[in-house]
Write a protein that binds this ligand. Structure first.
Ligand code: HEM
Length: 142
């Protein structure tokens, strides 16, 4: 298997991890209160999306820097910068929910406010758009 194929497979695994974690977090956040096993599940999903984001970022940098098309192609592509910008915005939005999750773990309950629900919906939508931009980049001729 070529290096690019291995890296791409991990990029896609990271995508699957992020997307499924975000989907199930969105479902959980529809409840008025999350506690007990559901809260542990939410914390687990948060770890899954954090780990998956690290894999996505590392493999994305490897592809853009060395293993896929020439780096200049990406640096001159608005699609690439759109992908990176949206990834940064979605990651920053998720980071703002971390203190809340820490507090919920200490108190044993999370009562999601509209803001947290909105952040999670933004995260899910961003992942889909970022993936679409990735598909365009992969299919574009260098
Ligand atoms: C949630 C975040 C992300 C998702 C869901 C995602 C998803 C994808 C997908 C589905 C592809 C198409 C793979 C294929 O079929 O060939 C792709 C390609 C790509 N991604 Fe990402 N990606 C994300 C973040 C990033 C980041 C942060 C970077 C760079 C720092 C990056 C760099 C790339 C590059 C360079 C390609 C194109 C490879 C090629 O030209 O063949 N991705 N991405």
């Amino acid at each position: 298997m070529s290096d690019l194929l291995v890296i791409k497979t991990f990029h896609l695994l990271g995508f699957a991890g992020c997307l499924s974690a975000s989907f199930f977090k969105n479902l959980l956040l529809r409840r008025p209160a999350i506690e007990g096993p559901a809260l542990s599940r939410l914390v687990g999903l948060d770890k899954l999306s954090g780990g998956s984001s690290v894999v996505i970022l590392a493999t994305g940098i490897l592809m853009a820097g060395w293993f896929a098309k020439p780096t200049g192609f990406y640096l001159h592509s608005p699609l690439f910068w759109g992908k990176v910008t949206l990834f940064t915005l979605a990651s920053a939005a998720i980071l703002t929910t971390k203190p809340l999750l820490r507090r919920a773990k200490a108190e044993g309950v999370l009562r999601p406010a509209p803001r947290e629900r909105l952040v999670m919906m933004f995260d899910f939508g961003s992942i889909l758009v970022i993936a679409m931009l990735g598909l365009w980049l992969a299919r574009a001729l260098a």
